[in-house]
Design a protein around this ligand. Structure first.
Ligand SMILES: NC(=O)c1ccc[n+]([C@@H]2O[C@H](COP(=O)([O-])OP(=O)(O)OC[C@H]3O[C@@H](n4cnc5c(N)ncnc54)[C@H](OP(=O)(O)O)[C@@H]3O)[C@@H](O)[C@H]2O)c1
Length: 484
């Protein structure tokens, strides 16, 4: 069986990819950025560069495929509803043209009549993918809150209960939902490719029914915390979204789309999961939370909600190379008293809980400012305390390039009037740290010059601290391979 996986860098896709790699199938992956797929995958699978808005790339990737997974959405764009429709239609048409037998799609749980804009878009996507049952079969799996290490829903719940002993919450915390552990979602998706059924199917999945309030208290319990929740009838969606934006790592747009969905019940509408997947027994909420916490504690987070690279606008496509930057801040230091491996490891462990080594409070201020204006903020953290992979997020940066013992290139995802990168490079016996900036218009230039005093302190101290830390730590942590 030849299987195509789309969305392979996303939260669900990355986990499904790991599962599919162990199956007896020929796996093909469609990604927008092949660099973000690890080398181990490259040797075992076909990696195709493509985009659901590029019909030719879709047709090329779908050629000879039996089952195609559709795990794509455009939520990062304002007009995501329109884009999602085009994307799904392109995929359906290309799949039919290439004779694909089955599409497997993961959408959201809930009914159309009460759906939020985000859920509506997921439903419309499912409807489009299922619209030609005479020519192609679609298995549409629908899940509500997904609980797992790194999932947006779990990160929100965890951050809220960890930070707030008493929570004044909207009355929607009493809405019923049916959460499900991420491992169970992956099992359903994996088995959907082998299902002995040739008609269109909608499969609602979830574990026990519970309110969001019970989920928060259950999570607090698993973390050994006593928490109090006081629901009030007044808090608006906007206010709640800002609240989540400030107290959790998720940015405003994701918080808003999640909050909008909280007011209506997300309950299983059919028993197809039991009927067609009788041997999958979704684990209870409590166990899913405990597993997620354990994975976090043991640094074994396979994927995070912020893994997807997100859309890049046209302007960025034209300016996607730091060498195009007009403004730079370059610092150099001779490496002594530490091996190159230790220096590499040190700059690769920057950010997250480790912080930014020098004048971290200035980074915190920049992070808060970013959150306030709707950016990612500094609190997204990182998946692993020292391992990195291309494409993943580190606070408000994203890893753009990684060359073992040589280079780390970070691309800024904070709100900034231009395009910014931060590069650490080891060359000969020197550590070179460069901040690149390609300003957008006059305001971009003004921004850069306004930041010069902060950069002066931050960048000079940061490079010195990297070397110092490498000198201190190389004996404590023998060199390990960075690939994950
Ligand atoms: N995560 C949840 O809690 C949850 C819950 C219920 C249902 N679901 C459903 O599960 C599916 C996957 O969600 P997710 O959370 O894994 O999403 P995600 O982490 O945001 O990942 C989305 C993936 O789609 C890819 N993508 C976006 N636009 C694309 C395009 N035009 N062409 C090709 N690839 C494109 C992204 O690629 P880049 O890496 O290049 O950006 C990324 O890999 C969605 O249908 C979602 O509704 C998720």
């Amino acid at each position: 069986m030849k299987v195509l996986l789309t969305g392979a860098n996303g939260y669900i896709g990355r986990r499904l990819k790991q599962k599919l790699l162990n199956e007896k199938i020929a796996l093909r992956i469609l990604v927008r950025n092949p660099k973000s797929i690890g080398l181990d995958v490259h040797v075992r699978t076909e990696v195709f560069r493509g985009d659901t808005f590029d019909v030719q790339s879709l047709e090329y990737a779908l050629e000879g495929v039996d089952v195609a997974y559709y795990l794509v959405h455009s939520l990062q764009h304002e007009n995501y509803r329109e884009l999602d429709k085009i994307s799904a239609q392109n995929f359906l048409d290309a799949a039919i043209k290439q004779g694909v037998k089955r599409i497997v799609y993961l959408g959201g749980l809930g009914v159309k009549a009460h759906a939020s804009k985000h859920l509506l878009s997921r439903i419309e996507t499912g409807e489009i993918l299922s619209s030609r049952p005479d020519q192609i079969q679609t298995v549409w799996i629908r899940a509500g809150v997904i609980i797992g290490s790194g999932s947006a829903s779990f990160e929100i719940i965890r951050h809220l209960v960890e930070k707030l002993p008493v929570m004044i919450t909207p009355k929607w915390v009493n809405t019923l939902a049916q959460p499900i552990g991420v491992d169970d979602v992956i099992s359903y998706l994996n088995e959907a490719k082998d299902l002995a059924c040739d008609k269109n199917l909608v499969v609602d999945i979830g574990s026990e029914k519970m309110t969001y309030r019970e989920m928060m208290l259950g999570c607090a319990d698993a973390l050994g915390l006593k928490r109090f929740i006081i629901p009030v009838p007044v808090l608006s969606i906007k206010f709640s979204s800002h609240w989540l934006n400030i107290f959790t790592p998720v940015p405003y747009n994701i918080a808003k789309s999640l909050i909008e969905g909280l007011s209506s019940e997300v309950i299983i509408q059919n028993d197809h999961a039991k009927q067609y997947f009788p041997h999958i027994h979704p684990c209870p909420f409590k166990n899913a939370v405990q597993k997620a916490i354990k994975e976090m504690e043991q640094n074994q987070i396979l994927s995070r909600w912020s893994d997807a690279e997100g859309g890049t606008d046209l302007w960025e496509h034209h300016q996607n190379d730091p060498s195009a930057a007009i403004l730079t801040d370059r610092q150099r230091i001779e490496i002594h008293g530490a091996s190159k491996e230790a220096v590499y490891r040190t700059f690769c462990s920057i950010g997250g809980k480790e912080g930014w080594l020098a004048h971290h409070w200035l980074w915190e201020i920049r992070g808060w400012f970013d959150k306030i204006i709707g950016g990612a903020g500094l609190k997204r953290g990182r998946r692993h305390h020292h391992r990195l992979r291309v494409g993943e997020s580190v606070d408000f940066w994203r890893v753009e390039d990684l060359v073992e013992n040589e280079r780390l290139l970070l691309r800024a995802q904070m709100k900034v009037p231009g395009k910014a990168w931060l590069e650490f490079r080891i060359k000969n016996n020197e550590l070179i740290q460069t901040a690149y900036f390609y300003p957008r218009g006059l305001w971009g230039r003004v921004y850069w010059y306004m930041m010069i005093p902060a950069h002066y302190f931050v960048f000079r101290s940061m490079i010195a601290m990297i070397l110092k830390k490498a000198q201190n730590e190389q004996t404590k942590f023998p060199y390990q391979n960075q690939s994950s």
